[in-house]
Design a protein around this ligand. Sequence first.
Ligand SMILES: NC(=O)c1ccc[n+]([C@@H]2O[C@H](COP(=O)([O-])OP(=O)(O)OC[C@H]3O[C@@H](n4cnc5c(N)ncnc54)[C@H](OP(=O)(O)O)[C@@H]3O)[C@@H](O)[C@H]2O)c1
Length: 336
Amino acid sequence: MVGQRFIQLLAEHPYFELTCVAASERSAGKRYSSAAKWYLEGEIPEAVRDLEVVPVSPEKVRADIVFSALPSSVAREVEAEFAKAGFIVASNASAYRMASDVPLLIPEVNPEHLDMIEVQQDSRGWDGAIITNPNCSTIMATLTFKPVYDAFGIEEVVVTTMQALSGAGYSGVPSMAIVDNLIPYIAKEEEKVETEALKILGSFNGSEIEQADFKISASCNRVPVLDGHTVVAFLRTSREATPEDIKRVMRSFKGRPQELGLPTAPPQPLIVREEEDRPQPRLDRNAGNGMAVTVGRVREDSILGVKYVALGHNTIRGAAGASVLNAELLVKTRKL
Ligand SMILES: NC(=O)c1ccc[n+]([C@@H]2O[C@H](COP(=O)([O-])OP(=O)(O)OC[C@H]3O[C@@H](n4cnc5c(N)ncnc54)[C@H](OP(=O)(O)O)[C@@H]3O)[C@@H](O)[C@H]2O)c1
């Protein structure tokens, strides 16, 4: 699911040329068009159709940057091998996200965490490096937290997610389990949403991250939507903020990708809507070419102060697009 989005985003990218595709032994040796069950709209990009799929091995891959959409269990070993062999690995997998020397990046939120690469290369003796993007729901949630955190501080947050089927991978959730249904559990998801945002919003002091100091409680659900994760957030801010204050800081929020004009950056990372029934997955997941998060129903909450609904495309902003934006930031700011 994520690999195909990578191919779609990289096929005609102004900075990158897609030179190689790698997958499991099941696919290695086949042409990409025979190995992949293409599920995205449109045809397989011409430049990739006839590429031979190679095994996931540094000796077989011809590239400078490797975009990884491996299962986490495989990523732990494989991504380290690639970094050791001198590749930059831009990863979607959770294996290294919380490692103390690995940047967990959202380029609009913590671009300065890229400086952790030097710490990583020193401590591990790697010529290459691993940079990671957060869990898909964490990305949507943390983009909305950032302007609020900077302007008013955050004391505590409660989030409920409603996550799309594509987030579970192609063979993730059987149709018999999810049609006419909702599954109130996604393995290891709540832990990720409760911890990753604190690293991302933390400050890097040159050697380590001092994590943000507030609590997040998450409840994650799988819903019968194909693409687009919805996050409902309830927040207590440190300084008083009205719903109008929250909307104002979200609307004016921009980051380094917008300043640098990175190709995958949406003009507005957060789009705040006023309609009482938005955002909705079918209507809003492609905002900003799938890279913007749409926020709506910003209103007072009688317990925590403020609440809202946020939605973003999980395989674009929540996965492949996030990794591509990370790599664009790296290339533009480090001149790799
Ligand atoms: N889907 C999302 O919205 C999303 C969002 C954020 C992060 N992620 C993360 O991104 C990663 C990929 O997720 P996905 O949804 O794209 O999963 P997926 O559809 O199941 O794809 C997994 C890919 O990994 C390859 N693979 C599996 N085992 C392998 C092995 N032993 N050696 C080499 N390659 C192997 C598969 O190759 P074959 O094609 O040959 O089987 C396939 O291409 C996961 O870590 C996931 O947690 C996903």
